[in-house]
Write a protein that binds this ligand. Structure first.
Ligand code: ADP
Length: 165
């Protein structure tokens, strides 16, 4: 049984993330979508809200678990006895940081392989921050986020001021 972990802020999950989730779920026996909680990073949605969004949009996919963790990814990886870390790559700008993270994780734990999946064409320019900015100013986010959570994202973004985007 191969277990993969797809970590991220998912603040909130977008269609780009969901595309990676669906593809990774086909490649591995189990996929854990991990909401990483980083106290240094301010977010718009609480970890519980972010997990709830992911659960709602992945409801039909049987081999997915959604979890949340505030520690080091590699400690979680070992705790779950996982095999692979999945990352999505949008553009070369993602590559440098993700490459560094993959090397650090491998150094911390030799068995931790990182597998990169390329974003699809639309996902290439899509980010959670962009979705929040469009929603804040009343723009149409319907092609960027799964429809089940669109209204909740708009509500959540409106309760914040621009500093938290
Ligand atoms: P963001 O950079 O939008 O805050 P996250 O930290 O939630 O994203 O990203 C988690 C993972 O998903 C990272 O590997 C990131 O490169 C990838 N990812 C983010 N947005 C997309 C997208 N639109 N398409 C494919 N992969 C993505």
């Amino acid at each position: 049984m191969r277990t993969a972990i797809y970590p991220g802020s998912f603040d909130p999950v977008t269609c780009g993330h969901l595309d990676i989730i669906k593809r990774a779920a086909k490649l591995f026996d189990n996929l854990i979508v991990l909401v990483s909680v980083n106290p240094l990073k301010s977010t718009c949605f609480s970890p519980e809200e972010r997990m709830d969004f992911i659960c709602r949009v992945t409801k039909g996919i049987p081999n997915i678990q959604v979890d949340c963790d505030d520690g080091l990814l590699i400690d979680y990886f070992n705790k779950r006895n996982a095999d692979v870390i999945v990352k999505g790559l949008r553009a070369m700008s993602d590559f440098e940081y993700e490459f560094q993270m993959a090397l650090v994780n491998k150094d911390l734990c030799y068995k931790a392989e990182t597998v990169f999946l390329c974003a699809d064409v639309v996902g290439t320019f899509l980010s959670s921050s962009m979705v929040k900015q469009i929603a804040l100013f009343g723009g149409d986010i319907s092609s960027y986020v799964p429809h089940e959570i669109e209204t909740d994202i708009i509500k959540g973004v409106k309760r914040l001021n621009k500093g938290n985007i």
